[in-house]
Write a protein that binds this ligand. Structure first.
Ligand SMILES: Cc1cc2nc3c(=O)[nH]c(=O)nc-3n(C[C@H](O)[C@H](O)[C@H](O)COP(=O)(O)OP(=O)(O)OC[C@H]3O[C@@H](n4cnc5c(N)ncnc54)[C@H](O)[C@@H]3O)c2cc1C
Length: 309
């Protein structure tokens, strides 16, 4: 299983595979995990979830950005989504990756694009979450976040429980709204825990501390055992339901999302959207290769519906 995971993870970082897959993907049943390839499709899915009392965080997909013009296009696209959320009064915010708006080109281009997005979002009263990427980008991401903290308060970020530095980063950023995750990237033992037990323990501790003394906590996991343990903790400590939410990925454990929402918890679904879905999709397969079964089943039923099988 570890070999399959590593193999899928390496594929997620392959730009040629990315180009190829974006052409054939829509025929493969990826739409169960991608909330739309057009903004109208995205809006329909947001409205559907909002009707179930579920809010959303929209991720405009795209990771292999190496030119200033590509970074500007991505920035403009994110601003279009902010306008749509605001204009249609949708219950949602934005998740973005700094590499998409220029981090691999220059810190300055990235910072300027982020400032443009945060200013626009501020006027529209839309929250922005800065996703955390692989370890190579961590230091520069925190630097940009720290700069923006001086000026804006309409954004938050992510703490990856797999990293040794997670507790320190949380402590230094308790005034930010934080999403706690296990961590999607395969990192070396010099910087990250390697066993699920260590990562789960750290995840629980980070969530508990941030729930007690932090601004707002987004508990982002599909792990039922961790969710159950945290609900017990929340009830024991009488933590208000206004102080946290559960976040899950679009198309994953939808029954659990609905159940938590029906029980009166805030639930927010991470909605990946756009043509450039490959890196995101392959990381989900690397985390849980069983998801391949889901795709195969969905593709077969799609073909059956079209009468091709
Ligand atoms: C909203 C959100 C935002 C994220 N943002 C980031 C980010 O910015 N940076 C980052 O590095 N990572 C991010 N991640 C990814 C995260 O770090 C993990 O890689 C990912 O969530 C998988 O870990 P898990 O906690 O869901 O549990 P896993 O360890 O993958 O799974 C734990 C258990 O959950 C159950 N389970 C999981 N998936 C399913 C399923 N589809 N169906 C049924 N049971 C299932 C199984 O019982 C499994 O054993 C994000 C995740 C979420 C949910």
């Amino acid at each position: 299983m570890t070999v399959i995971k590593s193999c899928l993870f390496s594929l997620s970082q392959n730009t040629n595979m990315n180009k190829f897959a974006t052409k054939v993907g829509p025929k493969m049943g990826i739409k169960s995990f991608i909330a739309g390839t057009t903004i109208d499709e995205l809006e329909r899915n947001i409205v559907r979830l909002n009707k179930q009392n579920i809010s959303v965080t929209v991720d405009n997909l795209g990771e292999f950005v190496y030119s200033e013009s590509e970074a500007n296009i991505a920035t403009n696209h994110i601003i279009t989504i902010i306008d749509r959320l605001n204009g249609q009064n949708l219950d949602g915010h934005i998740s973005l990756k700094l590499t998409q708006i220029g981090l691999d080109i220059s810190m300055e281009i990235c910072r300027q694009n982020l400032i443009r997005i945060l200013s626009k979002a501020n006027d529209a009263h839309i929250f922005i979450n800065i996703d955390m990427e692989d370890y190579n980008h961590i230091q520069s991401s925190w630097q940009i976040i720290n700069d923006c903290k001086q000026v804006f308060n309409n954004f938050g970020t992510v703490i990856q429980a797999s990293l040794h530095r997670a507790k320190k980063d949380r402590n230094e950023n308790k005034n930010l709204r934080l999403r706690i995750v296990k961590g999607a990237y395969k990192e070396s033992e010099n910087v990250a825990y390697q066993t699920s037990k260590e990562i789960d323990d750290n995840f629980l501790e980070l969530c508990k501390v941030h729930l007690q003394e932090g601004k707002f906590t987004s508990i982002a996991t599909h792990d039922y055992e961790l969710i159950t343990e945290l609900i017990k903790y929340i009830e024991r400590n009488k933590i208000s339901k206004e102080k946290f939410e559960f976040q899950m990925l679009y198309g994953f454990r939808t029954n659990l999302q609905q159940l938590l929402s029906q029980q009166g918890y805030r639930v927010c679904v991470y909605m990946p959207y756009g043509q450039d879905w490959y890196g995101y999709f392959m990381r989900r397969l690397a985390e849980r290769p069983q998801n391949i079964n889901l795709i195969i089943k969905q593709s077969i039923s799609k073909l059956l519906l079209k009468g091709r099988i």
